[in-house]
Design a protein around this ligand. Sequence first.
Ligand code: SF4
Length: 518
Amino acid sequence: MSISPEQLLDNSMLHPEVLAGEDAYGIYRNGHRLDHAEGASKPLRSRPEPQPRGAKVHGNRPVNQAEAAGRFIAAPEHEKMHDERLWDLRQKRDREMHHIPEWEELRALASAIKEHTLTHLDEYLDQFETRARANGIHVHWARDAAEHNRIVHGILSDHGAKSLIKSKSMLTEECGFRAYMASVGIEVVETDLGERIQQLDKEDPSHVVVPAVHKLRTDVANVFANTIGTDPDNSDVHYLAEAQREATRPLILAADAGMTGGNFVVAETGTFVVCTNEGNADLSANVPKLHIASIGIEKIIPRLEHLAVLVRLLSRSALGSPMTQYTSHFRGPRAGGEMHVVLVDNGRSERLGLEEFWTSLKCIRCGACMNTCPVYRRSGGLSYGATYSGPIGLIIDPTFNARKYSNLPFASSLNGSCTNVCPVKINIHEQIYAWRRELVKRHDVPLVKKAAMKAAGELLSRPIAYRAAIASADVALAHLPRFVIYNGLNAWGKHREVPHPPKQTFHSWYKANRGGKQ
Ligand code: SF4
């Protein structure tokens, strides 16, 4: 069944809360609602803080995350908002977790399900392909990003499709899909609100769940004023969301094809599941007759019963809500339609063979590790200059390109909070530390950093020399002129203050007070 524009605008399709307030907001009964927020218009401040942009990426050169993070920190309104917004999500996640007495058992079970599947990946992928074909789904295999893009382009060309509506998918970001489609003349429109904001602003998503979380609403007002013609002085969130919806709906209704990702792929049924909070995947999948789903091979799970474990963890970990608003199961093409699934490897089988990093493939992309990470919260996802940011990004990105992302594993305090919140029990901070060792071994770190780490290693392995150095450093710190630490050549001194040296080290206190006895 297709939906006509009249049906979409009909009041019966509107959310009851919107209808309840329609008179107050001046909404007409025929459903034309764009002016509803004018009464609530809040003028922008005369000079809103400019949005800091992400890392400057130059081909294969190592991304300078610290430089981009420095610019984010230098924008105090953005930094504060980002930190608070993500910490709020982390706290909501904690509250939800405490409502589930068997939370730790669920995590252990989820981890076991994913580890079992990854160690039998070939069998489950085969099973999925057989069942999905029996359900009438066309199944394709893509070795890498280029092959994925070519396959999707081939399907679209076979149908003469010129426009595609797409629901959020990190895999397509990994594949540079939008840029490829633009190069072959196919228009791609994002249906997720955050992703659409990023698309209109020509930026990548900065978070796996909330792609535009780094933007203030004044930033969004600015983007929409420049791209869809909204009032630049109105940053009311309802007005902006509604204006975007009105501008995008005609494109959705006219699209030739729809694309989604897939959060979980069930081998026993040959089906896949997409979780969203806006229902936008359902628009992408159900409005056009052609539905293409691009899915990473690690998203497979053996049976439907395993889904129950994983969906209980996903939204609670991501947003602190018990369930995503829409958990849609796709079993096959609708009458008169066509459904294609593209199963993408793009480095995943290689990662599966890396002894220290293979369990990163258990990731269900909930973003909880980002929300809790002090570095991510204060530097913004775009500072990482990579598809995946935050703690899990520090592990995944170097597997794509160890040289380009060689700085990322150092953007962590290794406090372990990411590991504590991960719903599938990935030992994230240990893998980050393993990457540091690996990069030093491979010479993929700058010489200065390498020399400093070597010197520190030598010192820390000799207790007598270490204690002597600490004692003299404390004296030196008390008398050193400020410029020795706080100068342009010492990156460590940026945004940090050295604490006052203690009058006595713990070691000397212990010796004096306990006589060195255990
Ligand atoms: S690593 Fe864990 S916490 Fe981070 S996004 Fe993946 S599943 Fe979520």
